[in-house]
Design a binder for this molecule. Structure first.
Ligand code: A2P
Length: 309
């Protein structure tokens, strides 16, 4: 039995998806194919990761070999910051579809709530005015055209998500954000639940960060030892039981296979509570590269996240 969640668009999102951020070209294609063989039915991509073409080749070969059918797979991608103009959204999507060799995406997300000048994929040419509503309207149009099944957002604060909900004709199905036991963001979890927006957890294992070692945190390790599971499995299961989908990244065969083995057992309420009471909370991905520049809408990370830090 696989865990999945129903989106407000009516579609189902599988609970565990393969993350592909920082998956090296030359490795990611193999990882995707291996993941599909291991039973993954959800792949999380983005144009900016620079590896969609290689993933596309892997997906094609998985379809050809009959490992999976297109309609059994949930594929996400994300619009990069230099493509926020209304006319650029369908173009960016078409590029992604062509790279991934797909006719539609299951989910398309606006990657960040800010713009950089067109053609600049670095963070250096930030545009002061971010007209998110224009971008959201363009997302609604590509959904209407059937190029994507569901649309959503990423890296939005509650304040920004609330704003989108206020003008959206099609509400965001998903807000994909950083979530793990050292950044629970309980308030966002409650807010999104109330509004019917599903949360997907990126960096659910703590992204390999040196300073905030999620997988080595004492409570996580204790519970893992007690249950005979790996720390990664405990943390992922915790995410699923909170009602979020989780997007662990791995290019290692054993790890990506074990990260999927989180559905045939569960954490007790007591263990859930222990994992949800770590006081040391903070973001790993704070978006520091997007703030404090000469241009751009946000001077500080506090502004970027509307104080939700
Ligand atoms: P690798 O790709 O070599 O497996 P996140 O998903 O939070 O971004 O974390 C990804 C990081 O965690 C990567 O460095 C990945 O390395 C590592 N990782 C993935 N799965 C596991 C696991 N089961 N145990 C330990 N580390 C893992």
């Amino acid at each position: 039995t696989k865990v999945s969640f129903k989106l407000n668009s009516g579609h189902q999102i599988p609970g565990v998806g393969l993350g592909t951020w920082r998956s090296e070209p030359g490795q990611v294609g193999e990882a995707v194919k291996t993941a599909i063989k291991a039973g993954y039915r959800h792949i999380d991509c983005a144009a900016i990761y620079g590896n969609e073409a290689e993933i596309g080749v892997a997906l094609q070969s998985a379809f050809k070999e009959g490992l999976v059918k297109r309609e059994e797979l949930f594929v996400t991608s994300k619009l990069w910051n230099d493509q926020h103009a209304a006319e650029d959204v369908p173009q960016a999507l078409k590029q992604t579809l062509s790279d991934l060799k797909l006719e539609y995406l299951d989910l398309y997300l606006i990657h960040w709530p800010l713009r950089v000048r067109k053609g600049d994929t670095s963070d250096s040419k930030l545009v002061d005015e971010t007209n998110y509503e224009e971008t959201w309207r363009a997302m609604e149009r590509v959904k209407e055209q059937g190029l994507v099944k569901s649309i959503g957002v990423s890296n939005l604060s509650m304040k920004k998500l609330g704003e989108v909900l206020s003008y959206a004709k099609v509400p965001p199905a998903v807000n994909q954000i950083e979530l793990h036991p050292l950044w629970r963001n309980d308030k966002m979890l409650a807010f999104a639940k109330e509004k019917g927006v599903h949360l997907s957890a990126y960096s659910p294992l703590g992204s390999g960060d040196e300073n905030r070692k999620v997988l080595e945190y004492p409570v996580v390790k204790q519970i893992a030892e007690k249950l005979g599971k790996s720390p990664a499995q405990v943390v992922l299961r915790w995410g699923l039981q909170r009602g979020t989908s989780v997007l662990p990244k791995s290019t290692n065969f054993d790890r990506l296979r074990s990260n999927l083995e989180v559905t045939e057992w569960s954490l007790s309420e007591e263990d859930m509570k222990a994992l949800s009471s770590i006081e040391d909370q903070g973001r790993i991905v704070a978006g520091t590269g997007f703030v404090g520049k000469k241009t751009g809408p946000y001077k500080t990370t506090t502004e970027l996240w509307d104080g939700e830090l």
